[in-house]
Write a new protein. Structure first.
Length: 152
């Protein structure tokens, strides 16, 4: 019982809050939604990624007379990296290309959220592409860091 209590204490105190159980990783941004989205687009372009779309959900809500806090979805990818995952499981195509959701919470904090590639691989039964999953994890974490923090 004591070991279980210590495990729970460790898990809830030291596991990063940015990792959600549902496969979404959220990182606080030091910038507002528009600036964070522009910074992401700049980072992606410099890295040679293709930006397929930028969807302003708040603008869409406004067009139908609804209110939504700032929420922008950026869809991006690189077929060199995504194709091997789809070769292992074509259903990965429903989650690719990658998406980043940049949104403002009720307190005004901006967040950068994206799908955990390891979660997606497990969801689609991709267990033979560890190197690709690691590469995507590293790239997404770097994109998030470069987009949401003030570089010194």
């Amino acid at each position: 019982m004591r070991k279980l209590l210590l495990f729970c204490l460790f898990f809830f105190c030291f596991v990063p809050c940015s990792q959600a159980a549902d496969g979404v990783i959220s990182v606080k941004s030091a910038f507002n939604v528009d600036t964070t989205a522009k910074r992401l687009e700049t980072v992606l372009t410099k890295k040679g990624m293709t930006i397929f779309a930028r969807i302003d959900h708040a603008a869409g809500a406004a067009r139908v007379g609804k209110k939504l806090r700032p929420t922008v979805l950026i869809i991006f990818g690189n077929p060199k990296v995504g194709t091997p995952l789809m070769q292992s499981s074509q259903t990965m195509g429903i989650d690719l290309p990658q998406k980043a959701l940049i949104w403002e919470d009720e307190s005004g904090q901006t967040w950068f959220s994206y799908n955990d590639p390891r979660y997606l691989a497990a969801r689609h039964g991709v267990n033979n592409r560890e190197a690709v999953v690691q590469k995507i994890e590293k790239a997404l974490a770097n994109f998030a860091r470069q987009t949401t923090t003030i570089e010194k």
